[in-house]
Write a protein that binds this ligand. Structure first.
Ligand code: CP
Length: 310
């Protein structure tokens, strides 16, 4: 494996180059081969200690990072805000500096505040990886999504990808838009007008308000859930109404006169944005995304560990 990234941290896809993205995806291909061997472990990160700091709930990202670190032979510590001294009033910086004083080299952080990983990067010597910061970015999700599309369709350039759902509150949407555009894909969004931010048109993103039109346009539909935990006012009348106008089922996908790839970052709200028969259909690569997440995160950890942090 050869090549170096232009960055010592992964804060957002906005900050990385298309060469960085290509290097991460190509390195992930090599790690995917490794994790499908009977012996899945390599010594690449021996003597490197990684702290996974989760200030927000997670299933896929947290387990995927921990597995990626262990497959690379790193020492791993897991921190969950809900069972920590954050509950007693300790600040983010004090918490992280205390953990770093135990000789930690890399920090993976998920935090509800947009900008928290950027703040850490400025104040600590470790490499920082953003595992999702509020409504801002989720760069490792975008990279595993790009990897999964490239794996299924053979390329990203020229492919049409629509992101359907709650775009306004989605860090996955923003990171996917940056990543796919940098790799030459055409990107659209689809959802109720209240859940599509006005500035998206400035990013060169096509906007659909009707899901059938969006599905007819695209090669790939990446479907998101409604993020009620980030909404303090009502943006849609009801989930039932949302499912009626924006929910995707297998019959809609089968009716298209073309192949379509169905994606979802998880967690799925079955019966709302996706029916079970769509989520579990041959169109879906949802579990491939999860599998690929480990290889992509191994690639990111491996490439960043070879960069000295500033
Ligand atoms: N896709 C994703 O971030 O899932 P989790 O919230 O379970 O980590």
């Amino acid at each position: 494996m050869s090549g170096t990234l232009s960055t010592r941290h992964l804060i957002g896809i906005k900050d990385v180059t298309s060469s960085d993205i290509k290097l991460i995806l190509d390195t992930a291909t090599e790690f995917k081969e490794v994790i499908n061997r009977p012996i899945k472990k390599v010594p690449s990160l021996r003597d490197v200690t990684v702290a996974n700091l989760f200030f927000e709930n997670s299933t896929r990202t947290r387990i995927s990072f921990e597995l990626a670190e262990k497959r690379l032979s790193a020492d791993v510590v897991n921190f969950s805000a809900s069972s920590s001294s954050v509950k007693k009033g300790e600040t983010l910086l004090d918490t992280v500096n205390n953990i770093l004083s135990m000789k930690v080299d890399m920090v993976v952080i998920r935090h509800p505040m947009p900008g928290a990983p950027h703040f850490l990067k400025k104040h600590i010597p470790a490499n920082v990886i953003n595992a999702g910061d509020g409504t801002h970015e989720h760069p490792t999700q975008a990279l595993l999504d790009a990897y999964s599309i490239r794996e299924r369709l053979g390329a990203l350039s020229g492919k049409k990808v629509v992101i359907v759902g709650d775009i306004l509150h989605s860090r996955v949407a923003l990171s996917n838009i940056f990543c796919l555009q940098k790799m030459g894909a055409k990107v659209a969004v689809c959802g109720p007008p209240t859940l599509i931010p006005r500035h998206l048109a400035d990013l060169g993103v096509k906007v659909f308000y009707k899901v059938k039109e969006a599905l007819s346009w695209c090669d790939v539909a990446n479907v998101l859930r409604i993020q009620f935990e980030r909404q303090n006012i009502k943006y849609i009348p009801s989930l039932r109404e949302y499912a009626m106008y924006y929910g995707i089922d297998k019959a809609m996908l089968d009716a298209l006169d073309k192949e379509i790839v169905l994606m979802h970052p998880g967690p799925i709200n079955r019966g709302v944005e996706l029916s079970s028969d769509a989520a579990d259909s041959h169109h879906s690569i949802i579990l491939d995304q999860v599998e690929n997440g480990v290889a992509v995160r191994m690639a990111i950890l491996y490439l960043l560990a070879s960069e000295k942090a500033t």
